[in-house]
Design a protein around this ligand. Structure first.
Ligand SMILES: [Zn+2]
Length: 326
């Protein structure tokens, strides 16, 4: 009894401190007039705003922002930050949105853009994937030893689940054709397909990152509003250095996919694209430069190319620096 009373008293003391604090906050100066680019409603263009936005000037949280490379995302309003990736037939694009509510700042960074069709190949001779140890890391990863639970979204196009299951398994299993089939030890991260998803990935019909729902969802998603070059999009949300959700969508509309048998000209290997996107799910970023084009995390894929379904040395080294070996 005495103990319970003491606890209750302590609670009262805490509560009164809290209300004192909020009274102080009430004396903060009124918000300034928002800058001209901070228009209400619709999508905001990162081109028109500073790279670092003070939340007091324009609270972007919950707003759709489009990067200079065309990639767009809803700025998270739950304290998370995000990285968006798009794989296109003409290259790849990335958008990073960091929300730092404590510092009152949101930073927006875009990387990559469109690589012109028919660019000269081999400006620098490509290095063989088994000997190319180059890798780059995203700002976040899952905690070491995590089993990434994901759900499959089938969509309505009648395309198979196999490429997604294989793609994520290729990454966590460090599948390779350099030697014995797998790099060893595998990274200390696992994956588990937890069945069908009730909802589509949190990626809009225009291939933008939407608001997250807490479920890692991978699947076929009709994105009629996306640029016609878009093959896939992956959105990863993180808090501090830790990934909390990742969704992956392959374009189920208007693209020809190679999902088995012989490749029909102009089709893209779904397993290869899913493997590359699974690299983003786990925290691998792109490696730029033609000399690295044989790695899974190179930011481009040719039609009928299934090489990215097997990892190169740099892809593996990146996973080990993120997760260590198990
Ligand atoms: Zn990518």
């Amino acid at each position: 009894m005495a103990l319970a009373a003491a606890t209750a008293l302590a609670g009262t003391a805490l509560a009164s401190t809290g209300s004192g604090g909020s009274a102080t906050a009430g004396t903060a100066p009124p918000p300034r007039r928002p800058p001209a680019w901070c228009k209400p409603g619709g999508t905001l263009s990162a081109r028109t705003m500073p790279q670092r936005v003070r939340i007091a000037d324009c609270d972007l949280r919950g707003r759709m922002v489009r990067g200079a490379n065309g990639l767009a995302a809803v700025v998270p309003s739950d304290g998370t930050s995000l990285v968006a990736h798009e794989m296109r037939t003409d290259g790849a694009a990335e958008l990073r949105i960091r929300v730092n509510a404590r510092a009152g700042e949101i930073t927006i960074g875009t990387l990559g853009g469109r690589v012109p069709q028919g660019r000269p190949r081999g400006v620098r001779a490509p290095v063989a994937a088994c000997g190319d140890g180059v890798h780059r890391l995203e700002p976040s990863r899952w905690p070491r030893g995590t089993t990434v639970q994901w759900r499959y979204y089938a969509g309505t196009a009648g395309l198979p689940m196999g490429p997604f299951a294989k793609g994520i398994a290729n990454m966590v299993g460090a599948r390779t054709d350099c030697g014995a089939g797998r790099f060893t030890p595998p990274p200390d991260v696992r994956e588990h397909g937890a069945g069908r998803a009730a909802h589509a990935p949190d990626i809009t019909a225009a291939a933008a990152c939407g608001a997250r729902d807490g479920v890692n969802t991978f699947g076929w998603h009709a994105m009629p509003g996306a640029a016609r070059q878009v093959l896939a999009a992956t959105c990863t949300w993180f808090r501090g250095p830790t990934t909390v959700e990742s969704d992956m969508a392959l374009q189920a509309q208007g693209k020809r996919w190679w999902t088995g048998g012989a490749c029909t000209a102009g089709s893209y290997s779904a397993e290869a694209v899913a493997t590359h996107e699974a690299g983003h799910v786990l925290g691998l970023a792109h490696v730029e430069g033609t000399e690295h084009q044989n790695l899974t995390m190179a930011p481009s894929i040719a039609s009928c190319d299934d090489d990215p379904a097997t990892l190169g040395k740099g892809d593996y080294d990146g996973l080990i620096s993120l997760y260590g070996g198990r």
